[in-house]
Structure formats: structure tokens, C-alpha cells
Design a protein. Structure first.
Length: 516
């Protein structure tokens, strides 16, 4: 039926979309540069490199994240699709945004460009009528302006934490608040997203999906609440817009109603923490690890940072998870592998860094493990480095390959496995206890006694405006320095960490939770 649609008199023909765009401006979108003539800007966009088994609703939801979608034509045999947006402005925003933040479906980068077609003319085939019905349903705000979702986890064989929920729902928008609780012997959560479109997209995409393979099924509906009132930031609730909330005991008295159905089977949203159920049962029988497993995600993070022995035991239980990050929207003129090594090294041990030869605004960064990679995403996604906000997602690659000797791009790939600048290789190091989000205040250490405040101020003023400085009263080897913005502090950390103060001392720089 799809092939018949493509050859019919009232349907869209592909006409070699990739090569038929005229040239004035350029967008580096995928393997080739797409040049854009304003006269060929259209409200129809062409999507390439879709997953082979991509669903209609996944493509629609991608379009909805930029604006209203009025039509869709799928070319599943070619892993392509056409989306007709509400107007040219929405389509232009989608194409322009995709230049520096390529959209992702199932961890696969999707390439976006304008189509030569000014509109989609599709027929009334059953498949196309189904797409129209789906479009209409997804466009409807069946939750009104509500952007609070209520999630019930059925068949919960593995523990679900706040971090797991945040990771999953962040794929569809900005997660503002989460409250978790148990009701009727079921784990439930309330998730507040940035707006109604984000909530609707998350609901349509995640309802009925398994978090882990064949278990932990999500049942999602709109909450009757229009906003969440989070009083505490702890393992039960979190307000991601406020870091000043106390870690008191969170309330679990929030009630709601739902009409739930049976468990769906199928692939999970994230890899299962155990290779199979038998391995899980055997592991839980080990008394030493049974307690740890009650909070698998957070415990694994804690173990990998604080206790090497426990981390090794957990690693044997936990399935292999990717530790390579894909970083885009880099400042090509300023960023080096060393800069990314220093910045990402604040949150984990960086193994390798590769700046892509064909697209130097992109890089791959391999962390020591999956948990450290997640910490990097948590703290550095959206942070401005050399004037450009970083876009960080998990890569489909399992490791960063070193280039062959003599290759032109050899200097763009660096191996840091044996670097002496790793912060977390020494068990019990205080660095494990001092991981904070980027802020305008930096913590300085390893300062020799002959280095003055004036010298340090002048050194940092080469890269930003210093608003405050003070040595620690009890230990003059450490100090706090305040820059005028977080962007400036990030830049100073990248450029001045390991700065040589004398023959035996190199400056150590990290983000601080303290204020001056």
C-alpha cells in the first residue's frame, strides 16, 4: 500500500531530496552539508536515518517537540519520512535547531532538512487515514494545559529510583519536579514537565513501555494536580528548580485515581540491571548485596565513586552499560580534547576523547563507567563552554576507537587512561564527597604558601571578572574564588586546572557549593 501511495498521481515523490536543494546558506546536517536557498524553504521537512522499525507516533512526537504537525508521510523501506509542519517558521526552527542539536529517536541521530515539496498531498488509503487519526489524537490536549503526569510501575522486579525516572522522562522535555510514593502496594510517581506538549509527548511515548526488559511496565495518565508542591529534596521527591530544599522526610500522602490494565511485554527503555532473572535472584540471595540492591541505580553510582570493592561486585551483577557520550554544539575554534577531559573529569574519570574530524562541533567522550557518564549528563548538559551550550546524550558507540598512526585526525583523539589528573582513581579520596553542579564559585587547592591573593586574582582575571576571593582560615592551601558568571567559572576551570604555580605545585580547581 505504501509503494502504491508513492507512485499515485496525488502523492509525494522523493525526487532525490538529499541532492536537490539549492545553495546559499549551509547547514551541516549529517554526513554532508545541506545548502539552503530561502526560495526553497518549505513547511515540509525531510527526515533521514530513522530506525528501521520506527513507529508513526515516534515521528509525530519528534515534530510536536518543535510545533504543530499537519501531515505525515512515512517511507519506512528507506528509513525516511516527510513531516508537514503548521507553517514555514516552525519548519525553519526545526531544521535550524537540528543543526546543533540533532534529534534522536531510540538513541539514533535523525537528520533533518527542508523538502522541495511545499505541502504533502497524500491519498485516502487506510494507512494514511490511520496516520491522520493518530495525528489528530496526538494534537489534542487531552490533558488540557496540565503538565503533571501520574506513573504507576507494574510488575516491578527491579527498584525504580528518582534518577531512573528523571533519565527516562528527560528525553521528552524538561523535568521540573518528581514525587514518588507507594499506594495499594504499587510504586507510583508524579512527574511535572516543562509544559503540556512535553507531558503529552511523554505520555504517548511511554505509556505501556517497560523500563527494563519484560518488567517494570509504565502506566501513565494525567494527574488531577496542576502543579507539584515539593518540600524536600531526597530519595523520594525532588524539585529540580530548587537546590536549597532540605533533605527532610518526604510526604507520601498524595492520592490519585487511575484505571490500569495488564502488563505489556517487550523491550525495555533502558538495559536491565541484571543479565537475566536467574542472575538477579542469585545475586539477591547474597546478603551483602541484597541491601544494596534495594536502591540499585543510586547505590551503583555511590559504589563506583566511593567504594571500589563494592563497585566491582555490583559490576558483576549489573549488565554491561554504555559509557560513551556524544557531545554536540562545541565551539570548533576553542575546544580541544584536553578541554573536554578537564571539564568532564570533574564528574568522572575520562578514558578517551575524540573530536570528530568531519564535524568538529561534535565529540565522543568515553567515561570510566555508565554511572559517571550519567553524572556528566546530569551536571553538564546545557552548560555553556566557550560561548556554546553543550548538548550531551549517550552515544550508540560502546567505546572510542584510537586512530591509526599517521592519520590526519590523530591529534583529535586522545587517550587519558593513564593520566595523573584523574580525580576518582584513588579510593577514599575527598573528591568523591565534593561533586557539585557548575556555579560561579570555584574551589582552589594545592596552593603553596608563597602564592598571594593578588597573583591568583590576576591569573583568573585573564579569563573572567573576579568578584570575590578568600583563603580558607584553617588551611591556606585552599581558597574560594567567585567569577561574574557560571560560564566564566567553567572557562576558568578548563583553562586553569593543573596550572603550574611553581616547580612542585599545580593548581587544582573544582566547582564549589560554598559562597563568598
Amino acid at each position: 500500500m505504501l509503494m502504491k501511495m508513492l507512485s499515485g498521481p496525488n502523492t509525494v515523490k522523493r525526487n532525490n531530496e538529499e541532492s536537490s536543494h539549492h545553495l546559499t546558506g549551509t547547514i551541516d546536517n549529517g554526513a554532508k552539508k545541506i545548502k539552503i536557498d530561502p526560495s526553497h524553504i518549505s513547511k515540509v521537512v525531510h527526515l533521514r536515518s530513522l530506525p528501521a522499525d520506527v513507529r508513526d507516533n515516534e515521528v509525530i512526537q519528534l515534530g510536536l517537540s518543535y510545533g504543530r504537525v499537519t501531515n505525515l508521510l512515512m517511507l519506512k523501506g528507506k528509513n525516511q519520512a516527510f513531516l508537514e509542519m503548521e507553517d514555514v517558521d516552525v519548519a525553519h526552527q526545526m531544521v535550524a535547531s537540528s543543526e546543533f542539536q540533532p534529534p534522536v529517536i531510540r538513541q539514533r541521530v535523525v537528520y533533518v532538512q527542508f523538502s522541495n515539496h511545499k505541502e504533502l498531498k497524500t491519498d485516502n488509503s487506510p494507512n494514511q487515514m490511520k496516520i491522520q487519526a493518530l495525528l489528530k489524537a496526538m494534537q489534542q490536549a487531552d490533558g488540557g494545559t496540565n503538565h503533571v503526569l501520574r506513573a504507576v510501575v507494574e510488575n516491578m522486579l527491579y527498584p525504580i529510583t528518582l534518577d531512573v525516572l528523571h533519565t527516562i522522562f528527560s528525553r521528552f522535555g524538561v523535568v521540573l519536579k518528581i514525587i514518588t510514593f507507594n499506594k495499594n502496594n504499587q510504586f507510583q510517581a508524579l512527574i511535572q514537565l516543562g509544559d503540556a506538549v512535553q507531558a503529552q509527548t511523554a505520555k504517548l511515548s511511554l505509556d505501556g513501555q517497560n523500563i527494563y526488559n519484560s518488567c517494570c511496565c509504565l502506566r501513565i495518565e494525567y494527574s488531577k494536580l496542576t502543579s507539584l508542591n515539593v518540600k524536600f529534596n531526597n530519595d523520594k521527591s525532588r524539585d529540580y528548580t530548587r537546590s536549597d530544599l532540605p533533605p527532610g522526610e518526604a510526604s507520601t500522602s498524595i492520592l490519585g485515581s487511575s484505571s490500569l490494565q495488564g502488563v505489556f511485554s517487550g523491550a525495555g527503555l533502558i538495559p536491565s540491571p541484571y543479565a537475566n532473572q536467574g542472575a538477579m535472584v542469585a545475586a539477591l540471595q547474597q546478603s551483602q548485596l541484597a541491601t544494596l540492591a534495594t536502591n540499585a541505580t543510586s547505590v551503583l553510582a555511590e559504589a563506583s565513586l566511593r567504594n571500589t570493592a563494592v563497585a566491582t561486585q555490583l559490576a558483576a551483577m549489573v549488565g554491561v552499560q554504555n559509557s560513551v557520550l556524544h557531545v554536540s554544539n562545541l565551539n570548533e575554534e576553542m575546544v580541544t580534547p584536553q578541554a573536554l577531559f578537564i571539564l568532564f573529569g570533574v564528574y568522572g574519570d575520562v578514558v578517551r576523547v575524540k573530536i570528530l574530524y568531519q564535524k568538529k562541533s561534535n565529540a565522543l567522550v568515553q567515561m570510566s563507567d555508565y554511572t559517571q557518564a550519567q553524572l556528566v549528563i546530569k551536571y553538564l548538559h546545557g552548560v555553556v563552554l566557550f560561548g556554546c551550550p553543550l548538548h550531551i546524550i549517550m552515544s550508540k558507540h560502546s567505546q572510542v576507537q584510537m586512530p591509526r598512526e599517521g592519520q590526519e585526525m590523530a591529534n583529535l583523539t586522545q587517550d587519558y587512561a593513564n593520566s595523573r589528573l584523574h580525580r576518582f582513581k584513588k579510593p577514599g579520596s575527598k573528591n568523591f564527597q565534593n561533586i557539585f553542579p557548575p556555579s560561579e564559585v570555584l574551589h582552589l587547592s594545592n596552593i603553596p604558601s608563597d602564592i598571594t591573593e593578588e597573583f591568583l586574582r590576576k591569573t583568573f582575571e585573564l579569563h573572567g571578572s573576579v568578584l570575590g576571593f578568600k583563603f580558607f582560615v584553617r588551611d591556606r592551601r585552599m581558597a574560594l574564588i567567585k567569577l561574574s558568571s557560571t560560564e566564566e567559572s567553567v572557562k576558568c576551570l578548563v583553562l586553569l586546572h593543573n596550572f603550574k604555580l611553581n616547580d612542585t605545585h599545580h593548581l587544582r580547581v573544582s566547582f564549589s557549593k560554598g559562597q563568598i
